[in-house]
Every structure is written in structure tokens, then in C-alpha cells.
Design a protein around this ligand. Sequence first.
Ligand SMILES: NC(=O)c1ccc[n+]([C@@H]2O[C@H](COP(=O)([O-])OP(=O)(O)OC[C@H]3O[C@@H](n4cnc5c(N)ncnc54)[C@H](OP(=O)(O)O)[C@@H]3O)[C@@H](O)[C@H]2O)c1
Length: 237
Amino acid sequence: METVLVVGATGNIGVAAVLGVLRAKRNVLAVVRNQASADKLFQHVKSKDGITIVEADIMAEEGVRGVVDQVRAGKLPAFQHVYAAAGGAYGATLLRDLTTSELRKFMAINFESNFPYRASIPYLLEQSGPTSFTLCTGSQGDIGARAAPAITQGPLFSMANVACRDNENTNVRFNEVYLQTRVEVDSSAEKTGAMKASDFAHVYTELLSRPDIKSCRISVATKNDLTDLKYKKKITC
Ligand SMILES: NC(=O)c1ccc[n+]([C@@H]2O[C@H](COP(=O)([O-])OP(=O)(O)OC[C@H]3O[C@@H](n4cnc5c(N)ncnc54)[C@H](OP(=O)(O)O)[C@@H]3O)[C@@H](O)[C@H]2O)c1
């Protein structure tokens, strides 16, 4: 059975990714910060079945690389897909008031946390069968309503363009899920009216069985976009 490595597994998007994978009858290798984060994940998913937990510091150079090393050594399950869902720092500081240290903090949490790309992509590329890497981005970078979250989306868009181009002729299907609405874990969404992680999960289920979706941006704005995926090529090679 296939396994999906989920980075940022305990957040709003990560929980959706984990639910999506389990519904697709695949297993999850969830990278978490610590045991408290793991407990949070189990609470949201309401099950431990099919989930292997590994603790790692995703911001450290050796964090996800260490996870991949353990996979190569047979200490953790082999994986064929990666769902990158880390980040999530949100703030309302105006652009004119944004200090360099605050900007750096946002860049680290929202952008660098998704850079485990470098640690996991060689492992996907060396496999003989089809694999995939999916990154979640948000529309804040286009809307420009909140300075720090918006600015930090820009590099993610660019990284996705480069990754689509780099992997176009490989066994790795790189895709970007471009989220234009707010998704929250169900317990929170029930109070705020945001889209539920359990609904958004459908995108992550669907992507595992869609070899035709490669080097694409999948746009999700409403619930209608969950059943009928709206996608188009990010780049033309
Ligand atoms: N939610 C949305 O509606 C939405 C919309 C558009 C785009 N996105 C994008 O999706 C991504 C995730 O958003 P989210 O709402 O799911 O955020 P979130 O709920 O805050 O979750 C963030 C995840 O990243 C992990 N994380 C953050 N900093 C970390 C660190 N230093 N070390 C280890 N783990 C760390 C968190 O782990 P812990 O649980 O241990 O803290 C958590 O698993 C972001 O890049 C965001 O731009 C989200």
C-alpha cells in the first residue's frame, strides 16, 4: 500500500491532507513537532489507524532529511507522495510597520517550512514508479490584504513554478493547491463558518488518483471546486 509523507500534518491543511490520504486507502507518515502535536493530530482525525508518526524539526537543515534517512534505512515506511502543508503564520502588521525581524520570522515559518522539498525530492526521483509532491499556497499573495502573509506567499508561487518545470519530465507529479478560501479543522470551522478540513480533504484524496494532473495549479474557492477539480498548467515548457 502507498504511503504519503505529510509535512505540517497537525495544522488546518495538514489534517485535511491526512484525512484525504486515509480516505484514499493509503497510509500516512506524519511529520510532527512533538508528542503534543501528534496528540492534536489524532484528536482531529479521530483515529490512529494508518498513521505513523515521526518527530522532526522541519525548520532545521537536517529535519526532514533525517526522516528520509530513516526511511532509507527501513526504520520508517517508504513513501511515494509528499503533501507539504506547513506554515500558517498570520498577522495584521501593516507593510509600513513590518520590521525586518518580523518579516524574517514570517519567511521562516511560511516559506522555509515548505522547503523540505529539497530533502524529499531526491528520494521521490530515484523511485521507478510514479510519485508526487503537492504544495498548498493561498491567494493572500495576490489579494495583498495582509502584508506578511501575502509577501510570504510570493516565494511559494515561484517555488511551485520552478518545481513544476524541474519535474515536468520526471516521475514526480508536482502540483500546487491554490486555496482561495479559509479552511480550518472541523471543530474550529463549525464556529467560524470556514470550509471544513474534512471537506477540503477531498482534493487530497482525488489528487492521488489523477496522473493527468501534473505541473498544475488546482484552484479551490468554493465547495463546488472540491468535487470538480479546477486545474491548469502552471508553466509551459
Ligand atoms: N488554512 C487556510 O485556509 C489556508 C489558506 C491558504 C493557504 N494556506 C497555506 O497552508 C499552509 C498551512 O496553513 P494552516 O492554516 O494549515 O496553518 P496551521 O493550522 O497554523 O498549521 C501549520 C502547520 O505547520 C506546522 N509548523 C509551523 N511552524 C512549525 C515549526 N517551526 N516547526 C514544526 N512545525 C511547524 C504546525 O505544527 P504544530 O501543530 O506543531 O504547530 C502545523 O502542523 C500555509 O502555508 C498557508 O499559507 C492555508
